[in-house]
Design a binder for this molecule. Sequence first.
Ligand SMILES: [Zn+2]
Length: 134
Amino acid sequence: MQKALVFSWDNKHPMILTKHHHVSQLIFRHYHEFAAHSGREQTLCELRTMFWIIGGRSLVKKTIMNCIRCRRMNVKPMEQFMQSLPEARLDEYHPPFTFTGVDLFGPLTEWGRGTTKRWGCLFTCLQRVLSTWK
Ligand SMILES: [Zn+2]
């Protein structure tokens, strides 16, 4: 590695730090945010271009677990608690519009070339309404 031309001086001779020092934690947090809050290995790879933190993996784990943004992005969604179906839904099957409600309204006058009257008629399937009344 000493004769490798592709590596810079910092790559060949990284600064050695301990994981317990506050500066090490600040440096690691900087690289973690620089790497767009990536995972352990990516952050360590970015960090090791210039620094070598002894026991760095445990520092990585601790820092990522305490990073609020990573915790928010990696949280598991909660599962919805489903209640059992109401008894009305478990009754025998009736096809839709077996029980029907009818609403009539009008007249609505329409003004244009002449006067016309319109009536409306709404058909409502009462099966769901009746099942909630039980
Ligand atoms: Zn993060």
